[in-house]
Design a protein around this ligand. Structure first.
Ligand code: MLC
Ligand code: AMP
Length: 503
C-alpha cells in the first residue's frame, strides 16, 4: 500500500550506499544506513503504542537521529510535531496539551524538568539526546531494519507546525503529505537540485525552512547535506568548500559578510545561495554580490503555506523582491477589507492558493475560517504588490508580528506576560531595526500610578515562561501609549519613536 510522503522522500533511497549526511565529526551516513536506523525507530514508536494519526511531539537537538525520528513518524503514519529547542516548560505544556501528543521526545538533559509537563498532558516521555543516545534510540536498537510503511493518502496530515497568532495563542498548522510533497518537488525543480548537490544545512529542523525546504528538497533530489548543529560562522566557513548550495535566513548572510574569511575564493565553486523567512535587505543582496559574485536567490513562504514564490534560478534575481509564484501556486493581492483582487502594481493583502496550502489549524475551526477562504485562498497577513512580470514585493505586514533572526515573535504573547508583572499598567511590544537580527524586540511599559518599575526583575520573570529569543532586548518606560481615536495603540508611532534603539 502507498505511503506517498515516504514513497517520495525516502523509499527511492533504500539500499543506496550514497552519502546522505556529512556529520560534524567528519563521518558520513549513507542513505541506506539512515533508513535502516529510521525503520528501527518506526518499530520502536509503534511498539510503544503509537498508531496512525497519533501525535508525537519532539523537542530535541539537531542530529541525524532527530531526522530519523521524523522519517520514522512518516513511515508509521504518526503526525510529528517539532518544537523549538528554546521553548520553556510552560510553553511546552501548551503544545503537548493542545496537540494531544501521545508521546513527547525530549533531550535527556531536560527530561526531569519536563516529566511533570509530559505527565500532565498525558504524553509518554522518551529521550533522544544530541549524541543520538537516549531511551528511544535504546528501544530502537535490536528492532528490525525494515518497516512496512503504513498506508496513507496525500490528504493525510504529516505534521503540525505551531505558529503563534495575534491573540497570543499558538495554532497548530496541519500540513498534509500533499503539501510537503508538492512543495519539495516544486522547489527541487525550480532550484535545479540533483543527486550531485551537497547542501550546507545550518538551520534548525523544527521550522519549515530547515525541515520542509532544506531537508525535503535534498531528499527529493537524492543529494547530501552537511548537517551542522547550528549556524556559526566558524563551522560554516569551514564547511563551505565541501558544499554546492546553502540556505539561510538573512542573519546568516549578514554575519558571513562581516567575516573576512568569507571571500570570493571560498565560495567560487558554489552553485546557489537561498535566503528566506525574513526580508533580505537589498543592500545585503548587493554587498553579497560585490563580495562573492553570487546573487542570493530570495524566496517567500510561511508555516501554513510552505513556499509560495521564488526568484528564478535562471533569469533576474531582483533584490528586494521575493520572485514569482512557484509552479502550481497562485498568488494575488487583495483589498484587506473586501477581499476583492487588486490590479497589478497596487499594494494589498497577499493571498495564496495551491497544493502547498495547509489544511487548517488543529481544533481551531474559527481561526481556520478567518484565514483560509472557502475558495482555498490563504490570507497571509503580508502586504505586498505584484509587478507586470509577476514579481512579488513584500512591503509590510498587516499582522502584528516581529521577525527576529528568522524567528517569529508575536507581540501579544509578550504583552500578556508583561501586563501580568507587578506595577505594569499596560505595555506595547514592537520590533525595531537591528543590524544582526533584522528586527529586535523592544517593550514599552506604562507603570501604574506611583510604581517604580524594575525592568531587570521583569526580564527575569519573563525568562521563566518565555523562550529566550522572544525576550525584549530593551525596555522603555512611557507615561502613556499613543492611541488613535478608536483607542487602538499606534504601534507605528512607537516604532518611529524607538527606531534608532540599536543604531
Ligand atoms: C537566538 N537568540 C535570538 C535569536 N536566536 N534572539 C533573537 N532572535 C533570534 N533569532 C538569543 C538566544 O535566546 C540567546 O539569548 C542568544 O541569542 C544566543 O543564542 P544562540 O542560539 O547562540 O543564538 P545564535 O546562534 O546567535 O542564533 C541566531 C540565529 C538563529 C540567527 C543563528 O536564531 C537561527 O538559526 N535562526 C533561524 C530561524 C529559522 O530557521 N527560521 C525559519 C522559520 S520558517 P539569551 O539571552 O537567552 O542568552 C519560516 C517560513 C519561511 O519562517 O519562509 O522560511
Ligand atoms: P512563519 O510563520 O515562521 O512561517 O513566518 C512566515 C512569515 O515570514 C511570512 O508571513 C512573512 O512575513 C515572512 N517571510 C518569509 N519569507 C520572507 C521573505 N523572503 N521576505 C520577507 N518576509 C518573509
Amino acid at each position: 500500500m502507498a505511503n506517498p510522503l515516504y514513497d517520495r522522500l525516502f523509499a527511492p533511497h533504500e539500499g543506496k550506499s550514497s552519502t546522505f549526511l556529512h556529520l560534524p565529526d567528519g563521518g558520513v551516513l549513507t542513505h541506506d544506513a539512515f533508513l535502516r536506523r529510521a525503520a528501527q525507530f518506526a518499530h520502536a514508536i509503534h511498539a510503544m503504542g503509537l498508531v496512525h494519526g497519533d501525535r508525537l511531539a519532539m523537542q530535541v537537538e539537531k542530529s541525524p537521529e532527530a531526522l530519523m525520528l521524523i522519517a520514522a513518524c512518516i513511515q508509521a503514519g504518526v503526525i510529528f510535531v517539532p518544537l523549538n529547542t528554546a521553548y520553556t516548560p510552560a510553553e511546552l505544556a501548551y503544545f503537548l496539551e493542545n496537540s494531544g501528543a501521545g508521546m513527547f521526545v525530549a533531550d535527556g538533559t531536560r527530561a526531569e524538568a519536563l516529566r511533570p509537563v509530559a505527565g500532565a498532558a498525558g504524553s509518554r516521555l522518551e529521550t533522544l539526546n544530541a549524541d543520538g543516545t537516549g531511551s528511544l534510540p535504546a528501544a530502537a536498537s535490536g528492532m528490525p531494519e525494515a518497516y512496512d510503511a503504513e498506508p496513507r493518502t496525500e490528504d493525510n496530515i504529516a505534521a503540525f507546525l505551531y505558529t503563534s497568532g495575534t491573540t497570543g495563542r499558538s495554532k497548530g498548522a496541519m500540513l498534509t503529505e500533499r503539501n510537503l510533497i508538492s512543495n519539495a518537488e516544486a522547489l527541487a525543480a525550480a532550484w535545479r537540485f540533483s543527486a550531485d548537490d551537497v547542501l550546507l544545512h545550518a538551520l534548525p529542523i523544527f521550522h519549515s525552512h530547515g525541515l520542509f525546504v532544506a531537508t525535503n528538497v535534498t531528499l527529493v533530489a537524492g543529494g547530501a547535506m552537511i548537517l551542522l548543529p547550528k549556524f556559526d560562522v566558524d563551522s560554516v566557513t569551514a564547511a563551505l568548500p565541501r558544499a554546492t548550495a546553502m540556505m539561510g535566513v538573512p542573519t546568516f548572510y549578514t554575519r558571513l559578510l562581516e567575516d573576512p574569511r568569507f571571500t570570493r575564493d571560498l565560495v567560487a565553486h558554489m552553485r546557489l545561495f537561498v535566503s528566506g523567512s525574513a526580508p533580505l535587505l537589498a543592500e545585503t543582496h548587493r554587498a553579497f554580490e560585490d563580495r562573492t559574485g553570487h546573487r542570493i536567490l530570495e524566496r517567500y513562504g510561511m508555516t501554513e503555506t510552505n513556499m509560495n514564490t521564488s526568484n528564478p534560478y535562471d533569469g533576474p534575481r531582483i533584490a528586494g523582491t521575493v520572485g514569482t509564484a512557484l509552479p502550481g501556486v497562485e498568488v494575488k493581492v487583495t483589498d484587506p477589507e473586501t477581499g476583492a483582487e487588486r490590479p497589478r502594481g497596487e499594494i494589498g493583502m497577499i493571498e495564496v492558493r495551491g497544493p502547498n496550502v495547509f489544511k487548517g489549524y488543529w481544533q481551531m475551526p474559527e481561526k481556520t475560517r478567518d484565514e483560509l477562504r472557502a475558495d482555498g485562498f490563504f490570507i497571509t497577513g503580508d502586504l505586498g504588490q505584484i509587478d507586470e512580470r509577476g514579481y512579488v514585493t513584500i512591503v509590510g505586514r498587516a499582522k502584528d508580528l516581529i521577525i527576529s533572526g528568522g524567528y517569529n515573535i508575536y507581540p501579544k504573547e509578550i504583552e500578556l506576560a508583561l501586563d501580568a508583572q507587578p506595577g505594569v499598567k499596560e505595555s506595547a511590544v514592537i520590533g525595531v531595526p537591528h543590524a544582526d537580527f533584522g528586527e529586535a524586540v523592544v517593550a514599552v511599559l506604562v507603570p501604574e500610578a506611583g510604581a517604580a518599575l524594575d525592568t531587570g526583575a521583569i526580564a527575569a520573570a519573563l525568562r521563566e515562561s518565555l523562550a529566550g529569543f522572544k525576550l525584549p532586548r530593551r525596555f522603555e518606560i512611557a507615561e502613556a501609549l499613543p492611541r488613535n481615536t478608536m483607542g487602538k495603540v499606534q504601534k507605528t508611532v512607537l516604532r518611529a519613536r524607538f527606531a534608532d534603539s540599536f543604531a
